[in-house]
Design a protein around this ligand. Structure first.
Ligand SMILES: C[S@@+](CC[C@H](N)C(=O)[O-])C[C@H]1O[C@@H](n2cnc3c(N)ncnc32)[C@H](O)[C@@H]1O
Ligand code: SF4
Length: 488
């Protein structure tokens, strides 16, 4: 982060200014991300204002930016912005972004928008053909998302394909463990099935998690599965509990598969604390495997996989974070990340076979909640909706696909990922969900309908009205064009 001083009074930086044309019409979307703050304390959030074609859009600069306040305590933690401005035309010349403290102007940032569609045209013929296809599809998916299209032509750019539904552990708040305890089980992913899935999606996928509901290392053909994805130039990663006995040959095969990231799910620094969540797991075994991966990678002179220790914080393990950070460094992890664990109640899932629930009017309380969220987002010039419905695919080990990685019940599958992609992408439930979210985003009057499972989505509210996937457009674009690693 390089601070940029356009005005004596404050400092800020534009991390991104990208313009994407709408699918229809002459205008499009200017996506702005950055921060601006006056030196303090005390700190008051400023607001940013951009004028274009006689219209003005104002948005608050109040999103948390730990990097900003952490680098210089004079600047406000709540100084960030991430706005989407609908413009009636194309921003060809640089535009001033004015920063306001109430009614007092306190600085300016210059917005020289990038035009990814034009950049992709300039790269045509210079990028390998497959990269270009991925880039073209990525841009189309982002334009369809920003335009709130209901029927889409793009293919997924990211997602999950599950090598194994079964698991060796019994983590109590893991949704798939809850459904396994109801007796539901699926066979491991067969590479022949994966070949048919990649035939549909391999040319456009950019990044894939080879993990979804189970423990990927339980599929002994995982290295072959990774290699198949690498053959399509897909960034391939797994999330694993690593508490699985592995031979030296298995470690070697995994490293040589070309896997890009191994995320280790380890949530404690002592066996007693670790096993409160990772029931049936061995901390020593997970650490030993992590260390073997690091050492075998070094012996082979490989740059990857990136070894990421993901520590989920729960009330019972918060006190061991720092001890785990030290263990991670000792074991040879490249990165240690702390994320909140979700305290899920025990749930029962319907085990009916996949079906097609007809769209129905949303219950009034649900509709009122989503309308309020959508209006709140609009007032802040922020996106309202779900990115999974445009950019992602979530495939179980039997090939059935769900709309996102928060849905597990078999009756909620959209279809089979080996079948033609257009039918899956525009399955009735997916279209109904996009239509409902588009209607709320446009503040359309009247009752709004949706279908299961998205009609009861609690993630949308938990995320404040915008469900994002782990990797956004900018990161994927930079990866395709500049080989920037995605890591996790
Ligand atoms: C269902 S697991 C499957 C992969 C593998 N078995 C593992 O545990 O890493 C996928 C991810 O969900 C995470 N997870 C499990 N329970 C969670 C919870 N209650 N809150 C947040 N993430 C959770 C895991 O740590 C893992 O990164
Ligand atoms: S190790 Fe992963 S899949 Fe297994 S129960 Fe725990 S979170 Fe779920």
């Amino acid at each position: 982060m390089t601070p940029h001083a356009d005005a004596e009074a404050g400092q800020g930086y534009l991390d991104a200014a990208w313009f994407l044309p709408a699918i229809e019409g002459p205008g499009g979307f200017l996506c702005l991300a950055g921060w601006y703050s006056l030196p303090g304390p005390p700190h008051r959030p400023l607001s940013g204002e951009l004028a274009f074609a006689g219209r003005r859009a104002r948005f608050p600069c109040d999103l948390p930016r730990v990097d900003v306040s952490g680098a210089d305590a004079r600047f406000a933690l709540h100084s960030g912005f991430d706005a989407v401005l609908a413009l009636p035309g194309v921003p060809e010349a640089p535009l001033p972004l004015r920063l306001w403290d109430g009614e007092r102007e306190r600085g300016t940032l210059t917005v020289a928008a990038r035009h990814p569609l034009r950049e992709a045209e300039l790269l045509r013929g210079r990028l390998p053909a497959r990269r270009q296809r991925k880039l073209d599809n990525l841009i189309l998916a982002e334009r369809e998302r920003l335009s709130h299209r209901i029927r889409i032509n793009s293919l997924p750019v990211t997602g999950q394909i599950d090598p194994a539904f079964g698991c060796n552990l019994r983590c109590p708040m893991c949704k798939s463990q809850m459904i396994r305890e109801q007796g539901y089980m699926l066979p491991n992913l067969d590479p022949a099935r994966l070949a048919r899935i990649l035939d549909r999606y391999g040319e456009t996928l950019i990044r894939i998690w080879l993990s979804l509901w189970g423990e990927p290392l339980l599929n002994r053909r995982l290295p072959e599965i990774v290699r198949m994805c690498k053959d399509y130039d897909i960034w391939a990663m797994i999330s694993s509990n690593l508490s699985v006995p592995l031979s030296d040959a298995a470690i070697g095969a995994l490293l040589e598969s070309g896997i890009d990231t191994v995320m280790a799910s380890v949530d404690g620094a002592s066996q007693a604390v670790y096993e409160q969540y990772r029931r049936g797991g061995s901390l020593d075994l997970a650490l030993h495997n992590l260390n073997r991966l690091a050492e075998a990678r070094a012996r082979r002179g490989l740059r990857r996989p990136h070894l990421y220790w993901r520590y989920l914080v729960f009330p019972w393990n918060a006190h061991e974070v720092e001890a785990a950070r030290r263990l991670a460094a000792e074991a040879g992890a490249d990165e240690f990340g702390v994320e909140p664990g979700v305290l899920l109640p025990r749930m029962q899932f319907p085990l009916d076979p996949p079906g097609t629930a007809a769209p129905a009017r949303l219950p009034p309380e649900q509709a009122a909640e989503w309308r309020a969220l959508a209006r709140g987002q609009a007032a802040r010039h922020r996106y309202f909706g779900c990115d999974y419905l445009y950019s992602s695919i979530s495939v179980n080990s039997d090939g059935l696909a769900h709309p996102c990685c928060y849905v597990v019940a078999p009756s909620h599958a959209l279809g089979d990922a080996t079948e033609p992609a257009a039918a899956l992408r525009n399955a009735p439930a997916a279209e109904a969900a996009r239509a409902a979210l588009a209607a709320f985003a446009a503040d359309a009057p009247g009752p709004i309908s949706a279908a299961a499972p998205c009609d009861g989505c609690d993630v949308l509210s938990a995320c404040g009205g915008h469900v994002t996937t782990q990797t956004g457009f900018r990161q994927l674009f930079d990866h395709l064009v500049n080989e920037t690693p995605i890591y996790w």
